[in-house]
Design a protein around this ligand. Structure first.
Ligand SMILES: [Zn+2]
Length: 52
């Protein structure tokens, strides 16, 4: 599972509502709205988005 960096929800990579690539890393979102927020200001959310 990945963590939605915006709302911190767990998101299944296979069924994520939206994804975004930033600096070579893929981020997964629970909803298109979260992707939109992330894309507008990705750096604000990156420190919380450490997924292994
Ligand atoms: Zn979300």
């Amino acid at each position: 599972m990945a963590i939605d960096p915006v709302c911190k929800m767990e998101v299944d990579e296979a069924t994520a509502a939206a994804t975004s690539e930033f600096e070579g890393q893929t981020y997964y979102f629970c909803a298109p709205g979260c992707k939109k927020v992330f894309d507008a200001e990705p750096k604000k959310y990156l420190s919380a988005a450490k997924t292994q």
